[in-house]
Design a protein around this ligand. Structure first.
Ligand code: ADP
Ligand code: ZN
Ligand code: ZN
Length: 680
C-alpha cells in the first residue's frame, strides 16, 4: 500500500491541523506520533484528505500509528472539530482538552504509551460490556409524581432521534429524580447517559443520588481529580465499564459510545462556560453533541437562561414543566425588608434577627447569604475620602480578618495582599472606617449574638483545604450547623432538610454592574438561594434586605415570578440588540503599557476592513474594558456582533488573521471569546 495523507491535530497553539504522509493504514480518531519542529508529538488524526496543497512526497512522515482502532468516536470527533472552528481555538489544544493525558510530547522511545495503556480497541478492553454493574431488573427508584412521570415519558418517547427539552421546574420540584429516571431508562434500553452538572465540589449530593440509584455504573469527572484518576475514569468510560458519565464542563467530551440521552443540570449556570484558553460553552456543546449522536437532550433549571427560553419560544426546544414542589413542601414566602426604615445592627435588621432567633428555638436552620467574602469590602478615610485600592487592578481592596485584628487587605482580582495601614496614608487621619459586611464579619457578629448556635461559614476562604467543603456541607445537611453564612457557593442546588430561613444581607450591590448579563445572573442567584428554604415539610421563609423595596425586579422575585422577569428581560435584550437576539464575539487584548492594547485593536480593526458589515456583521470601535487595569495589565476589547452566527464566524476569522499578522502582537496578549458570558 502506498503512502497517503493524514491531517493531524497536533497539540500546539496553531489554529489548524497539519498534514503528514503515512505508510500504514490509519483511521480518523487514532493517535499518531509525528515529528513537529524539533520535537516529536502525539497528535490525533482528524481526517484523511484526498489531496493537500503540498504533494505527499514533500510532507514529513508519521513515525508510528499508536492505536489500532479510533480512540474517539466519529460523532465526538465531529464535535471537537466543530468546537475548534466555532470557538476559533487551535484544534490540537481542543483535542488535547478532550483526551486527558493522551496527546502531547513523546518521550525519546518510539512508543510513549505502552500497548497495555492504550484503551484503543474493544478486544483489549479490560471491562467488557457483560460486566456492567447496572442491573436493570430492579430499579430502586421512588414512584414519580405525575408531572415527573410525564416529563420522563416525553424524553423516552423521543429516544432514537435528536430532540431538545427544557425541564423547567421550581427549586425542589424533583428535577434530579427526573434526570435519574431518564438515565435509568436509557440504560435499560442498552444505551448510555451523559450528565453535566455545574460544580461537583459544591454539590456532592447529586453524585451520591445518581450512584445510589444507578449503582456502580456511574463514572464521575470533576476538576479535583488527579491526572491519573482522570485518565482511569476516561478509560473505564471508553471501555464501556461505566454506563453513565457524570461530570462538570469538560465531561461534555467524555468518551461515551451508544449514547441514549444527554442531561444538563442547572443549565443557566455560568460555570459551563470556560473563561480562559479554549472558551467553550459546555451546555451549547452538549446540545450539538446530542444532534450529532442523534439522541434527546434535556436542559434542566428552575431559572433557565434567556438563551434557552428564547429557543423554547422559537420552538427549537420543548418545555416540560414541574410547577410545584414535591409532596407537602411549598415555595417559601419572600419578604422585602426596607433598609430605609429599619435599623441595622451588625448587618441585620430586627425582623431578620428575630426570625433567626425563632429558628434557633425551633431547632431549624438559617442561611445568611452575602455577596462578599472577607471582613469588610471597603476601608475608607472619612476625613479625606481615601479608600484602599489595589495597585495592579481597578478595584478596591477587601479587608480580611476579625474585629480585633484585621490582618490583611486583599485584592479579589489578582490576589495581592498587604497589611492594613494604621493611619490614613493620604492625610494621616488616625481612624479608618470599615464599611460593609463580608462573610467573616457576619460570622463573627452572629457568634456574639447567638453564642449557643453553631455557625458555619462557607466561602472560598473557609474551604481552601481539601475536603473542608465536603465536611461543612455534611454538617449543614445533618442539621449539626444552626446558622450557615456564605457566598453564592451556598446558593447552588443543595438540599438541606432543616433549613427554613434564608436571609439576603446586601442585595442592592448586585444591581449595579457594567455587564448586560448581571441582572439575569442576580435574579437566578436570588431565586436559587431562596430555593434552599423549606424543601422538606416545614415551610420556608426568605428575607431580602434592600434600600429599594419598590424595585420592579425585586417585586417579581418576591412573587417567584421568574417567567415574568424573563419576559421583560427578553424584551429589553431584543430592543437593545443584545444576546440572545444578536450573537457577540469579543477580541480582548492586554498590554503592560497603557494604551498599547487599545492601539493594537484599532490597528486590527483597520486591517480587517469593515466589509463584513454588509453581511449583518457589525464591528464596534475598540474600547477600554470596564475594568481597564487588572493584574497590572491594561485591557481593551473589540466587540463584533451579528444576528447570524455564520457571517460572524467568517468575519472573526478575518479579524484573527489581521491580529496574527500584527507586529505589535508581541507586546500585546490577545484572545478571542465567542459568546462571552461577561464583558468585564
Ligand atoms: P430539584 O432537583 O428540582 O431541586 P430534587 O430532585 O432535589 O429537586 O427533589 C427535592 C426533594 O424531593 C428531594 O429530597 C428528593 O429526594 C425528593 N423527591 C423528588 N422526587 C420525589 C418523588 N417522586 N417521591 C418522593 N420524593 C421525591
Ligand atoms: Zn485621609
Ligand atoms: Zn489586584
Amino acid at each position: 500500500m502506498g503512502a497517503h495523507l493524514v491531517r493531524v491535530a497536533v497539540p500546539v497553539p496553531v489554529r489548524s491541523g497539519f498534514d503528514y504522509r503515512c505508510e500504514a493504514p490509519v483511521a480518523p480518531g487514532c493517535r499518531v506520533l509525528v515529528p513537529h519542529g524539533q520535537r516529536r508529538l502525539v497528535g490525533l488524526v482528524t481526517e484523511l484528505p484526498a489531496a493537500g496543497a503540498v504533494p505527499a512526497a514533500r510532507l514529513k512522515a508519521v513515525e508510528a500509528v499508536m492505536d489500532r482502532a479510533p480512540l474517539v468516536s466519529a460523532p465526538l470527533l465531529q464535535l471537537l472539530l466543530w468546537a475548534a472552528d466555532y470557538y476559533q481555538h487551535p484544534v490540537g489544544e481542543v483535542c488535547k482538552a478532550a483526551l486527558p493525558g493522551l496527546l502531547g510530547a513523546a518521550s525519546r522511545k518510539a512508543s510513549p504509551f505502552p500497548e497495555s495503556e492504550s484503551p484503543s480497541s474493544d478486544s483489549e478492553s479490560p471491562f467488557p460490556d457483560s460486566e456492567s454493574p447496572f442491573s436493570p431488573s430492579k430499579p430502586p427508584l421512588p414512584p414519580l409524581s405525575a408531572p415527573q412521570r410525564a416529563a420522563v415519558d416525553e424524553i423516552n418517547g423521543a429516544a432514537g432521534g435528536f430532540a431538545g427539552f427544557v425541564l423547567h421546574g421550581v427549586t425542589g420540584s424533583g428535577k434530579t429524580e427526573v434526570y435519574i429516571a431518564a438515565a435509568a431508562d436509557a440504560l435499560r434500553r442498552g444505551r448510555r447517559a451523559l450528565v453535566l452538572v455545574p460544580e461537583i465540589g459544591l454539590t456532592p449530593q447529586i453524585v451520591a443520588r445518581f450512584q445510589k440509584s444507578l449503582g456502580g455504573a456511574v463514572g464521575v469527572f470533576h476538576s479535583a481529580l488527579r491526572p491519573a484518576e482522570r485518565r482511569d475514569t476516561w478509560r473505564k468510560l471508553r471501555g464501556g465499564f461505566f454506563h453513565v458519565a457524570l461530570g462538570t464542563r469538560s465531561a461534555v467530551f467524555a468518551p461515551v459510545d451508544k449514547l441514549g440521552v444527554i442531561i444538563v443540570d442547572e443549565e443557566h449556570d455560568s460555570s459551563y462556560k470556560q473563561q480562559e484558553g479554549f472558551r467553550y460553552h459546555a451546555r451549547d456543546l452538549a446540545v450539538l453533541r446530542a444532534r450529532l449522536e442523534n439522541v434527546p437532550v434535556m436542559l434542566g433549571s428552575a431559572t433557565p437562561s434567556l438563551e434557552t427560553l428564547l429557543n423554547v419560544r422559537q420552538k427549537k426546544y420543548r418545555a416540560l414543566h414541574l410547577p410545584a414542589r414535591i409532596g407537602a413542601a411549598k415555595l417559601p414566602r419572600i419578604a422585602l425588608l426596607d433598609l430605609r426604615k429599619l435599623p441595622l445592627v451588625d448587618g441585620l435588621t430586627p425582623p431578620l434577627a428575630d426570625a433567626m432567633e425563632q429558628r434557633l428555638r425551633r431547632g431549624e436552620q438559617s442561611l445568611l447569604f452575602a455577596n462578599r467574602r472577607g471582613f469588610a469590602p471597603v476601608l475608607l478615610c472619612t476625613a479625606c475620602g481615601w479608600q484602599a485600592r489595589c495597585d495592579s487592578c481597578d478595584a478596591r481592596l477587601v479587608l480580611h480578618g476579625t474585629r480585633a485584628r484585621n490582618d490583611k487587605l486583599a485584592c479579589h482580582h489578582c490576589g495581592a495582599g498587604r497589611a492594613p495601614p494604621d493611619l490614613c496614608p493620604q492625610c494621616g487621619a488616625p481612624e479608618l472606617r470599615r464599611i460593609g459586611h463580608g462573610t467573616q464579619r457576619l460570622e463573627e457578629s452572629l457568634r456574639k449574638r447567638f453564642p449557643a448556635a453553631v455557625v458555619e461559614r462557607i466561602d472560598r476562604d473557609s474551604v481552601r483545604k481539601r475536603g473542608a467543603l465536603a465536611e461543612k456541607l455534611k454538617r449543614a445537611q445533618s442539621g449539626a450547623a444552626n446558622i450557615l453564612v456564605g457566598t453564592r457557593m451556598l446558593g447552588k442546588g443543595h438540599d438541606f432538610p432543616r433549613l427554613t430561613l434564608v436571609g439576603v444581607v446586601d442585595v442592592d450591590r448586585g444591581f449595579y454592574s457594567a455587564d448586560f448579563r448581571a441582572l439575569e445572573t442576580q435574579v437566578q442567584q436570588l431565586l436559587q438561594v431562596a430555593g434552599r428554604a423549606g424543601r422538606a415539610e416545614a415551610p420556608g421563609e426568605v428575607m431580602i434586605q434592600t434600600v429599594f423595596p419598590d424595585n420592579p425586579v425585586l417585586q417579581l422575585i418576591a412573587r417567584h415570578d421568574f417567567d415574568g422577569f424573563a419576559e421583560q428581560a427578553l424584551a429589553e435584550r431584543e430592543s437593545a440588540g443584545f444576546p440572545p437576539y444578536r450573537h457577540f464575539a469579543l477580541l480582548r487584548a492586554e498590554s503592560e503599557t497603557p494604551g498599547a492594547a487599545l492601539a493594537f485593536l484599532a490597528q486590527v480593526k483597520k486591517n480587517a476592513g469593515g466589509e463584513g458589515e454588509g453581511d449583518g456583521v457589525a464591528l464596534m470601535d475598540p474600547v477600554p474594558s470596564p475594568m481597564e487595569k487588572r493584574r497590572g495589565r491594561h485591557r481593551a476589547q473589540l466587540l463584533v456582533q451579528s444576528p447570524r452566527r455564520k457571517p460572524l464566524g467568517d468575519f472573526l476569522r478575518r479579524l484573527i488573521r489581521a491580529a496574527e499578522s500584527r507586529r505589535a502582537a508581541r507586546k500585546v496578549r490577545w484572545s478571542v471569546d465567542v459568546d462571552p458570558m461577561e464583558m468585564l
